[in-house]
Design a protein around this ligand. Structure first.
Ligand code: NAG
Ligand code: NAG
Ligand code: NAG
Ligand code: NAG
Length: 491
């Protein structure tokens, strides 16, 4: 009775030990994830000590850091004017770089952890959830925030030409994550994160990518820009945040080089694709200069020149890509202006896409099929818009399944590695044993000179023993000699 209970507890203990063993080996096999957000997808903190403000209600100086993006409270009427003034970048057309407005210092918090890209508003108020649903789906698989699921937020106001430091930090983050977990990294990109990473990956050596990158999952990747960027320059756009007036934030948006970087690529839209139609002139990617001149935005035009060739006929990224995007959501394709309506009040003509990224841009990843040895998987989702893709259950299931497939592959690899190690170890043991045997054999074979020394009168001795069975053996084997002695004594 008592014994039965002990056995029961023992087997319980054993099975739980085995289970936790299996669990940790699975956890050790999960591929780490690095999240790359899109435009507006990183938090920005600011500190003020401004020479002047545009409105008496705006703060001139702050004690410490405050949340500049995203804090919904700053986006309400009047206060939003202060926000625009703090968020705007100032372009220097000589150095061709941007700085914050005078007296504004900014920083992007949380690099390396996932929390600041899970929620854009640090108070975690909806509707500002961002990568949270994806991370929440990863945690039950054994992921740990800041360890195996990491975020790489960046100042989304700027384009790749001003992100050397970010790209260096990102490369280090990927290497460090790969080294500490011993597994290749999955990059999950959203929106502008896709062309950012296309640029980044094209800067890395192929052997670095082969070593560190498992695969890339792009969600609503704006690979070839978006016609919506044209609308932001002309009529403005509220980035889908209903409380913001398009016209109010237009000044802030136009100051961002990332907006120029997101203009539709001339690789995908030619001179015949009219993007803006007015009674007197039509505009396509072939005459953006005229559009910027008409809008009187000389700096924006310079930013366009700085960024337009960053991804001009770009080579394939040289990594496996899972290209997921929504489709069938009306997406700005053309702005048509009646007389006197330019630029604030266009009639918008819609086409295919996810509401922000045009289908042509989202499908650009298909260009790489056959142009790189790594596979390109493409999966459109009907009716899923640009932001909804981050919380869509089918999309999250795809990511989870992919992660599980890679985990299994890693476990098989570990198994194989362990087997190889075992085999190696066994070989080594066998070799060592062999070596010992050989050494033993050598040891028992007495060198001839010792034999000579011991048996000074060997000739005679051998003669004497010539009929002994010992002669069937090695003549100077110690064992043989012992045997012989034994025999000798016996006789
Ligand atoms: C550069 O900026 C200065 C001052 O804003 C302006 O006078 C000049 O025309 C600009 N040059 C170009 C090439 O835009
Ligand atoms: C990541 O952030 C979370 C929440 O802020 C925190 O609990 C966790 O310790 C951080 N992880 C690392 C590795 O810094
Ligand atoms: C602009 O393009 C439309 C067709 O999209 C054409 O009918 C119209 O004549 C063009 N206008 C000008 C000024 O070229
Ligand atoms: C996971 O692996 C299964 C079996 O090989 C495959 O059918 C499925 O498409 C894979 N899923 C993803 C998301 O790659």
């Amino acid at each position: 009775m008592r014994k039965g209970v002990d056995v029961f507890f023992f087997s319980l203990l054993l099975s739980s030990l085995l289970c936790s063993e299996a669990k940790t080996s699975r956890e050790k096999s999960i591929p780490p994830v690095v999240l790359i957000p899109g435009d507006g997808g990183s938090q920005i903190e600011a500190k003020l000590d401004k020479p002047a403000v545009i409105h008496y209600i705006c703060s001139k100086k702050t004690e410490g850091w405050f949340d500049l993006w995203l804090n919904m409270e700053l986006l309400v009427p009047y206060v939003i004017d202060c926000w625009v003034d703090n968020m705007k970048l100032v372009y220097d057309n000589v150095t061709r770089t941007t700085t914050n407005a005078p007296g504004v210092t900014t920083r992007v918090p949380g690099f390396g952890n996932s929390t600041t890209v899970e929620w854009l508003d640090p108070s975690h108020r909806s509707p500002t959830g961002y990568f949270k649903d994806i991370v929440n789906a990863l945690v039950p698989l054994g992921y740990e925030r800041g360890v195996s699921v990491r975020g790489a937020p960046f100042d989304f106001r700027r384009a790749p030409n001003e992100h050397d430091e970010y790209f260096r930090d990102l490369r280090r983050l990927i290497e460090e994550t790969y080294q500490s977990l011993g597994r290749k990294v999955i990059l999950i990109l959203h929106s502008m994160g896709a062309p950012m990473m296309h640029y980044f990956l094209n800067q890395q050596e192929q052997h670095w990518k082969d070593k560190h990158i498992e695969t890339v999952v792009s969600l609503a990747g704006a690979w070839g820009g978006s016609i919506k960027a044209v609308k932001v320059y002309t009529a403005g756009d509220n980035l889908g945040i209903y409380v913001i007036s398009s016209l109010k934030v237009r000044a802030e948006q136009r100051s961002a080089p990332s907006l120029a970087f997101l203009l539709p690529s001339s690789d995908l839209w030619g001179p015949d694709d009219i993007l803006v139609e007015t009674p007197t002139k039509n505009y396509s990617t072939a005459n953006f200069q005229d559009l910027f001149t008409t809008l009187n935005l000389p700096d924006a035009y310079e930013m366009y020149l700085d960024t337009k060739d960053l991804l001009k006929n770009p080579p394939a990224p040289g990594v496996e890509v899972h290209c997921l995007h929504g489709e069938g959501v009306p997406t700005v394709e053309k702005l048509v202006y009646a007389a006197g309506k330019f630029p604030d009040s266009p009639k918008v003509i819609y086409g295919g896409g996810d509401g922000t990224v045009n289908l042509r841009s989202a499908r650009r990843c298909l260009e790489w099929v056959g142009k790189q040895k790594q596979k390109v998987y493409h999966k459109p989702y009907q009716g899923i818009d640009h932001m909804a893709i981050l919380r869509d259950s089918d999309v999250i299931s795809y990511v989870v399944e992919l992660v599980q497939n890679i985990t299994k592959k890693n476990m098989r690899l570990s198994q194989k590695k362990a087997e190889n190690l075992n085999r190696l170890e066994k070989n080594r043991n066998d070799k060592a044993k062999q070596h010992i045997l050989e050494r033993n054999a050598n040891d028992v074979i007495m060198p001839m000179k010792w034999f000579d020394a011991i048996y000074a009168n060997k000739e005679e001795y051998m003669k004497q023993q010539s009929n002994s069975r010992v002669n069937n053996r090695h003549p100077n084997s110690v064992l043989a000699l012992l045997d012989e002695d034994h025999i000798v004594t016996e006789s």
